[in-house]
Design a protein around this ligand. Structure first.
Ligand SMILES: [Zn+2]
Length: 78
């Protein structure tokens, strides 16, 4: 059964909350930036989580899989 949750930066993020996923790693030049080299995953309500490259790749795969699986019986999703 496909999961609608994806683990990003220690958070289980529901795929349906993802608005977009960055194609390039974050860089802003700030010395104290903790997100540099990470990929921004934008969620609803102006929230963001920061994914490592592998996490982002897994997330994209999960989203594609999830969208392709819309014919899954909804009763199996609980
Ligand atoms: Zn930054």
């Amino acid at each position: 059964m496909p999961s609608i949750l994806c683990l990003i930066d220690d958070k289980h993020v529901p795929l349906y909350r993802v608005m977009w996923v960055s194609a390039v790693p974050h860089f802003c030049g700030a010395e104290d930036c903790l997100c540099e080299g990470l990929y921004e995953v934008r969620l609803e309500q102006d929230e963001s989580v920061w994914a490592k490259r592998e996490e982002r790749d897994r997330l994209l795969e999960a989203i594609e899989h999830w969208q392709g699986g819309l014919d899954v019986d909804e009763e199996d999703w609980e």
